[in-house]
Design a protein around this ligand. Structure first.
Ligand SMILES: [Zn+2]
Ligand SMILES: [Zn+2]
Length: 278
């Protein structure tokens, strides 16, 4: 069975996110580890972490079904030294929370380099990833591919590879492929979903695919924009998602819906789960 489900809210108590996923038939899910809009939050209590872990166990989720998403304030590639340091300490905090929750991976955007060169941005991002891996034993980092607007890093397999190499090619670094971002950056995931996953696997190996974000796209191929649609409502279309959930590279990893219409999540989950078993 594929691990499919949405990015659910952690409001009120992080343990409630598990029931939100379970109640709509999700076999996997994503969360933020804290309020992602603010730099500083009260620490995660042992009781809340334990509540989350027990809820996971009660509802039959293993850690491999969950892909926490680091907050958007973090910019690993920034040339601004103060922002880089604040980003590192927030990323450490969030990765530490993920670890307390019993999770072993955290998804992060590589960030925007703003000025200077992409190479410099890649070095700064890689330095941040290495620092997090050094500080949090057992934690893995899933670098998310991007649509590539402006100076945002991570919009091509070449650039993802450069980030990996600059981080010392640790086996604890891998990737999340977001289908809407692939499409925005010019990978035609509508026409050739298998070919794109095959070329990822040839380049990095199946073991570097830590998760996927399954989003249809509101904007056309190569738009460089990041606008998600419900599955089947955008430019990519349902068939490509059926092929993705049947591809062997997507077995055993979280496949996360970041689609805009919450009311359609149950239907999207059941549609993709049945397609994965076809
Ligand atoms: Zn993301
Ligand atoms: Zn995404």
């Amino acid at each position: 069975m594929r691990l499919i489900g949405p990015h659910v809210s952690i409001r009120e108590n992080i343990a409630l996110s598990v029931a939100r996923a379970h109640s709509i038939g999700a076999t996997g899910f994503a969360i933020f580890t804290k309020n992602q809009r603010v730099w500083s939050s009260p620490p995660l209590s042992d009781a809340d972490a334990e509540g989350f872990r027990s809820a996971m166990e009660a509802d039959g989720y293993t850690h491999s079904a969950v892909l926490p998403h680091a907050g958007y304030l973090i910019n690993p590639a920034t040339p601004d030294e103060e922002l880089w340091r604040k980003s590192l300490s927030l990323f450490l905090d969030e990765a530490g929370r993920a670890s307390m929750l019993g999770l072993t991976v955290i998804n992060i955007h590589p960030g925007a380099y703003r000025e200077g060169t992409a190479e410099e941005g890649i070095r700064r991002a890689a330095a941040m990833f290495s620092a997090v891996l050094d500080s949090i034993p057992g934690m893995r980092i899933a670098i998310e591919n991007t649509a590539g607007a402006g100076t945002i890093l991570g919009s091509s397999f070449e650039e993802l590879d450069a980030l990996l190499e600059a981080s010392g090619a640790s086996e604890r670094i891998g990737f999340t492929l977001d289908t809407a971002h692939l499409y925005g950056s010019g990978y035609d995931v509508k026409e050739d979903p298998e070919g794109i996953l095959d070329s990822f696997v040839r380049r990095f190996g199946k073991e570097r695919l830590f998760g996927m974000h399954l989003n249809d796209s509101k904007v056309p191929l190569s738009s460089k924009k990041d606008r998600h649609s419900s599955i089947g409502e955008g430019y990519i279309g349902k068939e490509a998602f059926y092929a993705i959930v049947q591809h062997e590279a997507t077995e055993g990893i979280p496949l996360i819906l970041e689609t805009p219409d919450e009311s359609r999540w149950p239907e999207e989950i059941s549609m993709l789960l049945s397609a994965s078993e076809a």
